[in-house]
Design a protein around this ligand. Structure first.
Ligand SMILES: NC(=O)c1ccc[n+]([C@@H]2O[C@H](COP(=O)([O-])OP(=O)(O)OC[C@H]3O[C@@H](n4cnc5c(N)ncnc54)[C@H](OP(=O)(O)O)[C@@H]3O)[C@@H](O)[C@H]2O)c1
Length: 330
C-alpha cells in the first residue's frame, strides 16, 4: 500500500499503552513524522517524547490541536474520552484517527460523523484488523467464492485480566466491559465477511461486580439465513481463531484480529496454509491507510467506512440494551 509519497505529520493525543505501539508502527513508514504528543498526566508526554524522539511534548490537548504543523491526530485515550477528544480535534480542523470503539455509543458516533462531514475532514476508527495484509487477502479470497457461499462463522476474543475496578477493562467510568473493548473485533469481523448488519441479535452477558460485562456472547442471524456465533471476555483465555464456513469448505484464521496465515480446508482436499505475514507491530497498516486517504483527498476509508462504523456501534448499543448496561451519563 502506497501512502502517495507526501510526508504526513502526526500528533498523538493520550500517551498510554496503545499509543506506544502505534508510535512504534509509525517508525517503519518512511513518510510518517511523529510531530507532537500530548498527555494530561504529568511527565507522560515528556517520557513518551524522549522515547520516540518527538520534539513537541504537551501536558494538555489544546496545544496539540492548535499546532498548525500537524496533519492528523491519533486519539489513544480510553473509550469514554473519544467523543470529546475527537470533537476537539475536528473543531480545530484536524483530521482524526480514533481508537476503537470510536465512541461509547451510536449517538456519539453519529455526532462525530456529522462534524467530520460538515467540516470536510477525514475521520476513521482505528480498527487495525481491517488493514492487516492477511485480512485484505482473506476478503479477496471470500469475494472470489473460494469456500462457496458463506453460511456460518465463529470468532472469540478473550484475554484474562485480574479483576480490578480501577483499570479500564472493568471500570464503567472508562467505558469498561468486554464488548466495547474486545467483542468489537468479532463483531467487526462478521460485519466485514457478511457485508451487512445482522437482522436478528440474541445475546447473553455476565455482568460482574463492577457493573460491566466480564463475558458476553452474541448470536447473529442475517437476511439469507447466515449466522455468526461470537463472544468476548476479560476473564478467560480464549484462542483467537475465527472460522468461516461455506458450502465448499472452511477457512480458519488464527489470531483473526492480526493474522499472518489462514488455513483453507476444501471438501475432499487436504488442509492448505496460506501465509501472509505483516511487518512491525501491524498498526503501521492503519496509519498507512490514513496517510493514503489524506494524500488522495479521501475523507474516509473504503476499508473501514464511517457508515459501517456507525452500524457496528448500533449493533453494540442493541446488545447493551439487552443487558440493561449503561455508562455514566448515558
Ligand atoms: N488497537 C488495539 O490493538 C488496541 C489495544 C489496546 C487498546 N486499544 C484502545 O486504545 C484506547 C486506550 O487503551 P490503552 O490500553 O492504551 O489505555 P490506557 O493506557 O489505560 O490509557 C490511555 C490514556 O487514556 C487516559 N486515561 C486513562 N485512564 C484515565 C483516567 N482514569 N482518567 C483520565 N484519563 C485517563 C490517559 O491519557 P493521558 O496520557 O492524556 O493522561 C492515558 O494515557 C482504548 O479505547 C482501547 O480500546 C486498542
Amino acid at each position: 500500500m502506497s501512502t502517495m509519497g507526501k510526508k504526513i505529520k502526526w500528533g498523538i493525543l493520550g500517551c498510554g499503552k496503545i499509543a506506544h505501539k502505534f508510535a512504534e508502527g509509525l517508525k517503519v513508514i518512511p513518510d510518517a513524522i511523529l510531530e507532537a504528543v500530548a498527555s494530561r498526566t504529568e511527565g507522560k508526554a515528556e517520557n513518551f517524547g524522549k522515547l520516540f524522539g518527538v520534539e513537541n511534548r504537551y501536558d494538555n490537548y489544546e496545544d496539540l490541536v492548535e499546532n498548525a504543523e500537524i496533519d492528523v491526530i491519533y486519539i489513544a485515550t480510553t473509550h469514554n474520552f473519544h467523543h470529546e477528544n475527537a470533537l476537539l480535534c475536528l473543531n480545530h480542523g484536524k483530521p482524526v484517527l480514533c481508537e476503537k470503539p470510536i465512541t461509547l455509543n451510536a449517538t456519539q458516533t453519529e455526532d462525530l460523523i456529522n462534524s467530520a462531514r460538515s467540516n470536510n475532514l477525514f475521520l476513521m476508527e482505528a480498527m487495525w484488523m481491517r488493514f492487516i495484509p492477511c485480512i485484505v487477502k482473506l476478503k479477496e479470497l471470500l469475494e472470489q467464492g473460494i469456500i462457496g457461499e458463506i453460511k456460518h462463522l465463529t470468532a472469540n476474543f478473550g484475554i484474562k485480566k485480574e479483576l480490578d475496578s480501577k483499570i479500564r477493562s472493568f471500570n464503567p467510568d472508562l467505558g469498561g466491559g468486554a464488548l466495547l473493548d474486545l467483542g468489537i473485533y468479532p463483531i467487526s469481523f462478521a460485519r466485514m465477511v457478511y457485508k451487512q448488519p445482522p437482522s436478528k441479535i440474541q445475546s447473553s452477558a455476565y455482568i460482574g461486580t463492577t457493573s460491566v460485562d466480564e463475558k458476553s456472547c452474541y448470536l447473529f442471524e442475517y437476511e439469507d439465513g447466515q449466522t455468526a456465533m461470537l463472544s468476548s471476555s476479560h476473564r478467560l483465555i480464549m484462542p483467537h481463531d475465527a472460522f468461516i464456513y461455506g458450502t465448499k469448505g472452511y477457512i480458519q484464521v488464527p489470531d483473526f484480529y492480526h493474522p499472518s496465515e489462514m488455513i483453507l480446508k476444501l471438501e475432499g482436499d487436504k488442509k492448505k496454509t496460506i501465509n501472509v505475514p505483516f511487518k512491525s507491530t501491524g498498526y503501521n497498516y492503519e496509519a498507512m491507510e490514513v496517510m493514503h486517504c489524506l494524500n488522495t483527498g479521501k475523507l474516509e476509508s473504503i476499508l473501514m467506512p464511517l457508515d459501517e462504523t456507525l452500524e457496528i456501534m448500533k449493533t453494540m448499543d442493541t446488545l447493551r440494551s439487552q443487558w440493561h448496561l449503561k455508562y455514566p451519563g448515558e
